[in-house]
Design a protein around this ligand. Structure first.
Ligand SMILES: *Cc1c(COP(=O)(O)O)cnc(C)c1O
Length: 975
């Protein structure tokens, strides 16, 4: 069998059956009827350098060759990335376990209790370590987290509305770059202040100060007086910090900071050539409603027990659009889960031991260097020593490299050495030898570099029992299994989420990401050590260019939303350089994905909505009206194709032409490319720029809410505006990587801190494309369209399909209209989502883009049996709703409203509901032999928002005895 045969769900005979059901003679006939000629490629897709698809074995062999072109060194470069040991129990049971990596963002909380608890552990760990009250469930990287914190201070500071931001010159270079870029895009002013040189806050009003507890050269900084000065001036203060160092250093919260940011990478997450890594953002009480990103909170379920769900910001962009607090949608959930589990496994003592170890080792280096007359530049440090070796930096660097060690080159006279968890005493001796220095004392001895008293930590952290209970590997393994057993991921059921494309994440695609030759590479390693990475990236860039029909691609954006932001900045840059700075209006249809409007706002653009017609397509009349009104200020339009209504609009080329005629650029949101790959190319039918979501169309798993990769693809005229390298401007970066003509990296403002963003997961998409080949990709698209149309046809008699395109067909997804039956029965689309859990299904997309509907996307990976199982479930639910609509069952007492049903609820002594226990648990016979049991009943979301709790609840809260009373009184009320 070819890989394609494994990737596709339906077998050839099933395809015949489905085509017959659709009344089509062949797949060709169906596709010709569904996909308008105006968007079809004129040519056959070909992929440069890939004549034929590779089978699994050949593809793994080929990617092994690429891996072998990378050189693994002991990475002592630091600068925001540190070597860490991923405990094997976490690698095997989380990173390499489909129960974790194939799960979706936990919007459906009842089937996501495991990952929500794991994310809550992460939040709790970051809150404790930073000494602040609330931390979110991950940011995309440290630099963008810092930028978001500055924007948060701008929103939240009521005293100083119109001031400037102050940035400490000692911040990491990439943090400075990204933060300045984000502020510039919004026209907010900033000053970089060299506090070390005695400079102080400027005289003008300051709304926020971004400080760092550890300087770029590793120096410890007493931020307390700087925070006090900021407060004095009416400014808020954010502190960048290192969570491992915080086991030894006073927490930002205890020093008066309003917010803290940083990366949790060194909590067990590999370097991954720059990402994905989970950053954090923690704030003091009172700021939680301004917090960007996702936040897990504790609420209660229908039995009164604690249960977790996303709080406050859930689907924030979809509701608030350009007024959202950020454009973050996909974050870094899987990596946050690993970091949280690392804290659970090591506990406070273990983390402190690791921190002391790297600190003592750094001190050992400092002592040896000092004895050789190379006294470190900064006397107080945690894990990083900076040394001046006038004129000798390159020679020392080369000597260290010969010993298998990478150091950081700050300039021709200065080097940095950062010690990480796996580094050995022998490696440190090699480092000393590279400097012509020798140890000054015995390894392991106490080296007297105490943390200065005012900087040292005194309070406790990680006191919750969860950080103390799982010390043995057996206990940890079982804890992870217990959590993942609570969740529904792709390893148990289809996840038919419209707009999210939850398709197969093949094992062979996943395997290479944990190979040390990929995972162990520092993003700032010298280019000759990363040749394999660069070749893989170049392959992907060229393949994605061919697929999209654009001139160039950047893989830097680490989520779709970041791709949008980068693409909109490109449009702005293009107009600016043509002397048309005033073009700052972007047209966005009302039905667009919420991140579109949020990204436009962050890029400093004004959003004007375009109306859509009855059938969901853009209203050309309204388009003309809006273009007419904003002709001089028109930057462009942002549309999704196929539309968020799941149809191929015939008019898209016309829409593009009208916008071009008015001088605007066309942004085609390519997150729905699963309906186009191999059939049509956005760059060929009118787009100037698109982002793709590799975590949708190109098989990177969703990870419970990230990681993602949102590549930006652009036409020729926008090539100069592809994002550049945030670290290149900083001292010490070997610019060779970014100068490489072999990648399309541009010179414009970077959007992610690492040049290649979440590089670590790119091998997944590389493997997918290599194993599918051009023909295979096209076949996947055709099968996705077939599956969607078959489902639409089967479900339409029950729940009308809201929008169809040419020939009454849909694209790769369909919107089911539940509103008529909701009106008749009172049973909502949300009730249906909850009831689907009893049937063992993850719900489709709820209420987007149309309230009261469900959007279903089966993808090409589901076979006829699974599609049929879904149709059967929806038919049974339809019958249950009809019973309510006909007055046979009161809505409030129905199995739909009281879903999902836990085993505990069904096995209680009394049963007085108007349906049987069997109807509740086994509404279809097949469930008797394969049943997923929801771990909690319906969760009360609003109660949790009113009383926000975002830390691990006391273990006693789960005590059954303690809750019997509550459960009984709750039941009594419902009866
Ligand atoms: C998923 C999606 C996005 C956002 O992508 P993220 O990676 O979650 O930021 C944008 N547009 C559309 C149409 C999408 O489906």
């Amino acid at each position: 069998m070819t890989f394609l045969d494994r990737h596709l769900g339906p077998r050839p005979d099933e395809i015949e059956t489905m085509l017959a059901d659709l009344g089509r003679d062949s797949l060709d006939a169906l596709i010709d009827a569904a996909v308008p000629g105006s968007v079809r490629r004129a040519d056959e897709l070909t992929l440069p350098g890939l004549e034929e698809p590779l089978d699994e074995t050949a593809a793994l062999a080929r990617i092994r060759e690429l891996a072998a072109k990378n050189t693994v060194r002991a990475q002592m470069i630091g600068q925001g990335y540190h070597e860490t040991v991923t405990p094997a129990v976490l690698r095997r049971n989380i990173l390499e376990n489909p129960a974790w990596y194939t799960s979706y963002t936990p919007y459906q909380a009842e089937i996501s209790q495991g990952r929500l608890e794991a994310l809550l552990n992460f939040q709790n760990a970051m809150m404790d370590l930073t000494g602040l009250d609330i931390a979110n469930a991950s940011m995309l990287d440290e630099a963008t987290s810092a930028a978001e914190a500055v924007l948060l201070m701008h929103r939240a500071n009521r005293k100083v509305k119109r001031g400037v931001a102050v940035l400490d010159a000692r911040l990491l270079p990439q943090t400075l770059q990204i933060t300045r870029g984000r502020l510039d895009a919004l026209g907010l002013e900033h000053r970089t202040v060299d506090f070390a040189a005695g400079q102080s806050l400027p005289e003008e009003p300051v709304f926020g100060v971004l400080l760092t507890q550890i300087g770029s050269e590793g120096q410890l900084i007493d931020v307390a007086p700087l925070i006090a000065a900021a407060k004095e001036a009416g400014a808020m203060a954010t502190v960048a910090c290192d969570p491992l160092a915080l086991t030894l250093l006073a927490s930002p919260g205890s020093l008066g900071a309003d917010a803290a940011v940083g990366s949790s990478q060194r909590f067990g997450v590999p370097l991954f050539f720059g990402g994905p890594h989970a950053a954090f953002l923690a704030v003091r009480k009172g700021l939680e409603r301004s917090l960007p990103g996702r936040l897990v909170g504790v609420s209660t379920d229908s039995s009164g027990r604690p249960a977790y769900r996303l709080a406050l910001q859930t689907r924030e962009q979809h509701i608030r659009r350009e007024k959202a607090t950020s454009n973050i949608c996909t974050a870094q959930a899987l990596l946050a889960i690993v970091a949280g589990a690392y804290a659970v496994y090591h506990g406070p003592q273990g983390l402190r031991r690791i921190a002391e170890d790297v600190h003592v080792k750094a001190a050992y280096l400092a002592a040896g260097l000092g004895a050789a007359g190379l006294e470190p530049v900064h006397a107080d440090f945690f894990d990083t020593v900076t040394v001046r070796v006038p004129g000798r930096a390159d020679a020392v660097l080369a000597a260290a490299e010969r010993a298998g060690i990478n150091l950081r080159r700050i300039d021709a006279d200065t080097l940095g050495i950062s010690v990480g968890e796996p580094h050995t005493w022998a490696q440190l001796d090699d480092v000393l030898a590279a400097f012509d220095a020798a140890p000054d004392g015995q390894p392991g001895a106490g080296f007297g570099r105490e943390i200065p008293a005012p900087l040292a930590r005194r309070d406790e952290y990680l006191t919750h029992p969860v950080f103390h209970r799982h010390r043995s590997e057996t206990a940890m393994m079982r804890y992870l299994r217990e959590l993942s057993d609570k969740d529904l991921a792709l390893d148990r059921t289809m996840i038919p989420l419209g707009s999210c494309t939850m398709k197969l994440n093949a094992a062979a695609e996943m395997e290479p990401i944990s190979w040390p030759e990929f995972a162990g590479i520092h993003p700032l390693a010298p280019a000759e050590q990363t040749a394999g990475w660069l070749e893989l990236i170049e392959d992907l860039e060229r393949w994605l260019s061919a697929i999209t029909g654009y001139a160039g691609v950047s893989l830097q954006p680490n989520a779709g939303s970041q791709g949008e932001y980068a693409g909109l900045l490109a449009i702005r840059g293009y107009h600016r350089d043509r002397g048309e700075e005033g073009r700052d209006v972007v047209l966005i249809p009302a039905s667009a994905h919420g991140t579109n409007a949020a990204s436009a706002a962050l890029a400093g653009l004004r959003v004007v909505a375009v109306a859509t017609a009855e059938d969901g397509s853009i209203l050309l009349d309204d388009l003309d009206a809006k273009i007419g009104k904003h002709r001089e200020e028109l930057a462009g339009i942002m549309i999704t194709y196929p539309s968020t209504h799941g149809v191929f609009e015939e008019d898209v080329a016309e829409v593009c032409a009208r916008v071009h005629a008015a001088g605007g650029q066309v942004y085609l949101d390519g997150a729905n490319l699963n309906a186009l790959v191999g059939l049509g190319a956005p760059g060929a039918f009118g787009g100037d720029v698109s982002h793709l979501n590799l975590h949708k169309t190109f098989c990177i798993p969703h990870g419970g809410g990230g990681p993602g990769v949102g590549p930006l693809a652009v036409a020729e005229q926008l090539l100069p505006y592809l994002p550049g390298d945030a670290a290149a401007a900083g001292a010490g970066h070997d610019a060779a990587a970014s100068d490489s003509s072999r990648t399309a990296a541009g010179r414009a403002q970077a959007v992610s801190q690492a040049l290649f963003g979440s590089a670590g997961v790119l091998p997944i998409s590389w493997m997918y494309i290599a194993m599918m080949g051009a023909q295979g990709l096209r076949e996947a698209t055709r099968t996705a369209i077939l599956n969607a149309n078959w489902l639409a046809r089967k479900l339409d008699p029950l729940f009308p399909v809201l929008y169809t395109g040419s020939g009454g067909l849909v694209a790769h997804e369909c919107i089911l209209d539940l509103r008529p039956l909701t009106e008749a029965s009172g049973i909502t689309a949300e009730d249906v989502c909850k009831r689907l859990m009893d049937y063992g299904f993850h719900a489709p997309t709820l209420a987007f883009p149309v309230p009261g509907t469900l959007m279903v996307e089966p993808t090409e990976s589901e076979d006829l049996a699974e599609l049929t199982r879904f149709v059967d479930a929806m038919s049974a639910i339809h019958a249950e709703m009809t019973a309510v609509a006909e007055g046979r069952v009161p809505a409030a007492e129905s199995a739909l409203r009281r879903a999902p049903h836990t085993a505990e609820a069904l096995l209680g002594a009394d049963w007085d509901r108007p349906y049987t226990r069997e109807q509740a648990a086994y509404p279809l016979p097949a469930l008797r032999t394969g049943k997923y049991w929801p771990p909690v009943g319906r969760i009360d979301g609003t109660a949790g928002d009113r009383n926000l709790v975002c830390e691990c609840p006391p273990i006693s809260a789960f005590d059954i005895d303690a809750h019997d009373d509550a459960a009984q009184s709750a039941a009594a009320q419902e009866d």
